[in-house]
Design a protein around this ligand. Sequence first.
Ligand SMILES: C[S@@+](CC[C@H](N)C(=O)[O-])C[C@H]1O[C@@H](n2cnc3c(N)ncnc32)[C@H](O)[C@@H]1O
Length: 281
Amino acid sequence: MARLHAPRDGAQRAEARTGNNELASFMDWRQRSPQTMGDTKASLDIKEFPDSEVHQTRVLTLKEWQDKWVTGNTTFHQEKGNQLLKKHLETFLNGQSGLRVFFPLCGKAVEMKWFADRGHNVVGVEISELGIREFFKEQNLSYSEEQLAEIPGATVFKSSSGNISLYCCSIFDLPRANIGQFDRIWDRGALVAINPDDRKRYTDIILSLLRKGFRYLLAVLSYDPTKHAGPPFYVADAEIRKLFGTKCSISCLEKVDAFEERHKHWGIDYIFEKLYLLTEK
Ligand SMILES: C[S@@+](CC[C@H](N)C(=O)[O-])C[C@H]1O[C@@H](n2cnc3c(N)ncnc32)[C@H](O)[C@@H]1O
């Protein structure tokens, strides 16, 4: 039985919460000069750490992720959306309309609304029900919710407009729901949030969801992994090639300095965001 939820004043509250700090950090982002790269070879000017040097043994449970939402420890969320995606949106869409776009580990990413507003169909998966409810509330969208027969305990939340469906379950259970294939995948805060030992399983699911002619944008973070255990976990250029290289052509579109004050607490002194475009081989 589906339950209906009408929006209240969520958008206004979200705006009020944004405040001046967010504006300041956005201005700060804009003032940094992006370094553009033509291909992955150019990424070698950021030190790459081989597996033998990367000891990211930290493992996060689903409960720990859910608790982050309960305690409001969600600094990964970008209120204004991801600026690299904004910049490369046209390359990503490639002039096509009516696309199916998948958001793995979606949180309450505002970019889901960007695509829905352009008439695309958005599907996300997120383990935190709170995160999903916050998304609809803050985007001022009414929605219904329905239990999934195929996955015990899982729920799908659908916008009343019908073009946003968010599955509340682990991505590792999602294949049982048969959600079909996708033209586009936006992977930010997703591969990098997966425990390193689960990456291959994650990649297999992602590859199974890609439809012919797909475009898959993957954002990762490059920092010194001997100084911070993650998450976000360090994913080397070589690892991306190993995981996706047999099925995908991979190019690095851009890298930008992503260092913020909060990163000092991680014990690191640099961090770059790298954006990869994966296409059919
Ligand atoms: C770093 S956040 C990124 C969220 C979003 N992609 C963004 O850009 O803001 C990772 C998200 O994945 C969720 N998550 C972690 N493991 C998951 C899993 N196995 N299945 C589904 N969601 C998961 C967490 O609750 C969290 O919201």
